[in-house]
Write a protein of this length. Structure first.
Length: 213
């Protein structure tokens, strides 16, 4: 088991083919997918053929980036995934953060815990210069997670099925998603260093949601 990162309550490890059932269950929950594609479950064959192979390959470069299975340390249960890798179309050193967690663990602070740990590793070990994350405008819980991790609103834009297809972690069944905008949050390394120096990593770790890309 190749471990990328450990936190107080989570282990982030590389995906394997044995994770297909857990990943299918995660993406079959309409509540989990609500702010990602309108609540449409991802077919198992899509998980097997496209999503899981992409997740497995993402962590094989040896550069510390990838999509990682999140395991609860206390129970060894699969709770979802975190993604941390070069931002498609972004500048050098710009990294995209994402996660998706099972509904059963929402509200426990796992999203904040994992996000903070990845951001720290990115800035201190991986050479990241800027971290970005996006979500749907109405997903207030995920926006709060980003804010608790130190990110701030950078822009508002309109997500399209084509953009989701590029990201490769969300199944889109139709041509339209929803009538609303997405928001991008960002954190520069210099600002993160300032926050750390002044002990400003604040916020109770609760009220997490699963809908962050």
């Amino acid at each position: 088991m190749r471990i990328a990162l450990e936190t107080e309550r989570l282990i982030l490890r590389a995906f394997t083919s044995d994770d297909v059932d857990d990943l299918t269950a995660l993406d079959s929950d309409p509540a989990v997918m609500r702010y990602l594609n309108g609540g449409v479950p991802t077919p198992r064959e899509v998980i097997e053929r496209e999503v899981l192979p992409r997740f497995i390959a993402s962590s094989q470069q040896g550069d510390g980036y990838g999509v990682w299975a999140a395991i609860e340390r206390a129970t060894c249960a699969f709770v979802g995934w975190f993604g941390f890798g070069p931002h498609e179309g972004g500048a050098a050193g710009e990294v995209s953060l994402g996660y998706r967690l099972r509904r059963g663990v929402w509200g426990r602070g796992y999203a904040t815990e994992g996000a903070r740990a990845l951001i720290r590793q990115g800035f201190t070990e991986l050479g990241a210069r800027r971290v970005v994350a996006t979500t749907y405008q109405d997903n207030l819980a995920s926006r709060r997670v980003m804010e608790k991790a130190g990110l701030r609103l950078a822009r508002t834009f309109r997500m399209t099925p084509e953009l989701l297809a590029v990201e490769g972690d969300t199944f889109v069944a139709g041509g339209e998603l929803w009538d609303g905008d997405d928001v991008e949050y960002a954190l520069e390394r210099a600002e993160w260093e300032r926050l750390m120096a002044h002990g400003e990593e604040i916020g109770e770790e609760q009220d997490d949601d699963a809908g962050l890309r």
